[in-house]
Design a protein around this ligand. Sequence first.
Ligand code: ADP
Ligand code: MG
Length: 615
Amino acid sequence: MIRRPIQILPEQIANKIAAGEVVQRPESVVKELLENALDAGATRIVVAVKEGGIKMVQVSDDGSGMDEADALASFLRHATSKIVTYEDLEEIRTFGFRGEALASIAAVAQVTMKTRRSEDDAATVVRIHGGNPPRVTREGREHGTTVVVQNLFYNVPARRKFLKSATTEFRHVYDAVHRVAISYPEIGLEFISDEDQIFNLPPAPFPQRLREVFGERRLEALIPVEETADLLTVRGYIGKPTFGQKSRANQYLFLNRRYIVSRNINHAVFSAYENLLLKGTFPFFLLFLDIDPRRVDVNVHPSKMEAKFEDEQGVYHFIASLVRKSLASADFVPSLSIRPEAGAAGETGLHFTQRQHAWPGGTPSDAAWNFPAREMIDQRTGEIMPGGAPGGTGLAGRLLGNIDERFAAAGQTVGATGDRTPMSVPGSGPVWQVHSKYILTPVENGLMIVDQHVAHERVLYEKALRRFGTGLTTGQQLLFPRTIQLLPSDYALVEELLKELQQLGFDIKVFGKNTVVVEGVPPDVKVGDEERILEEILTLYKEYRRDSPTAVRDNLAKSFSCRSAVKAGDPLNDTEMRSLLAQLFATTMPYVCPHGRPVVLRISIDELDKRFGRT
Ligand code: ADP
Ligand code: MG
């Protein structure tokens, strides 16, 4: 090949090349423009997109704005107001600093910027379309900046081809806006897609913003974490183990309030959940890392989504041990010391007293930090049956039935996971039931208390999932099949879930006219109760479906276990209690019920000694 002489690439080509790294899809445009707005000190930002951002992205802010000279300069490559010296680069406190976002975007899309400083009379409007020189006009506008980006990749067909459907691109854009909603509660944020308002969040204290973004329900499944070391502060939330996620989508990591992705930190968190998560699920986490900017390099990649920590290993261990500790001290893990102040929300206050980035929302002393998780879920599931005459005969069957399924493995399982089970095989010593609600039994270093309802729930939940897996369940055949008249919506649901219900052990036939005939029930369901239980399962299922519409089996397993389990108020005899404990400790996660409530508590002998003044 003939070698041609070296030439410096014209700025336009250089920008197009650089754009390849900065602008992958509409999401990148939204991210960069949002970051510029934040850097400009905005207090309110409006993001609007059309066709998932492919046709148009518009970001308006009420930040500092620019004069005409800066507005023009902002589109030049390496044009930035954020760093001046190389030393500044060592200590980045802004999102931008490379001065290439606007230049890159303008190289691959049609851009219009309208910007005004409060001290200027009018706004400068700059249009950059294609390789033509920018056109400048003047218009009216409040102070701040609006950038409109149209027809992304209109001049780079090869890249345009790689864009996905508007729906997919929208999802990515949504994620980018969502992240800013989480990390900047003090900023009002409105998001519009194809004329529909997706959300409009007013500035709010952090807890309130989280509630708006995630919903009350989801917050109940989270455990607050916080820890400070010399150079590093970590705070945020981790999901209770039962709040396992089907994907990694719910993992949020912010470094000095910048969203980043870190395999190292993901792994640190994941490793701390070892043995606590069901297979194939991932933990939810939302962590804010605060590190002296000199100890970390965010200039690893043009998109600045990665970071290099000075002490990579140190950060790993810090986070792994923080998460482990938080999981251990959360109240679903057995070792519990009786501190009067230690409730579900005992030590949950997150104190956002950051060095560089104070949370203008103030410290979240908001009552929201007192997660009402237990009380709320209690109302739904753990109620004491008023006068609920427990079926003496049915009960033994429900607890003893299918015990062989896992009983053989029980001792083995407990031994194998001995490091998270600080007790010998529970239930091998004496057992007592108190108030027809809790089971007490001595364990190696103390006393174990088990909530009988949630314990049975955990057992039945895992059984149900296994039955879906194998599809073989012989239920108890009813001597007299029951004909049940259902609500039309329940009837439709039975038809929809027929296969799964049969796998659970319900022998059901549908007869039209909202009528079903139940000929058999799962071994765990009390005969005589089949009508009530079926209806309750369907009702609860509908509730779970609202939250996670696609988790059909999981929702059904949860509904089934909740409604078929022994209740608080059911007396249990010695054999039933032992059987329940054996089955509980053969499950993969004995300490948490499928809703994230604690199943087991442990009071150590040390704690008792302390309480009785023996030490
Ligand atoms: P960077 O953010 O890395 O500096 P950009 O290309 O994103 O590079 O922006 C270039 C410059 O334009 C910024 O440094 C800033 O001075 C100015 N700028 C961009 N967007 C805005 C905005 N929304 N408000 C005020 N100034 C802005
Ligand atoms: Mg920027």
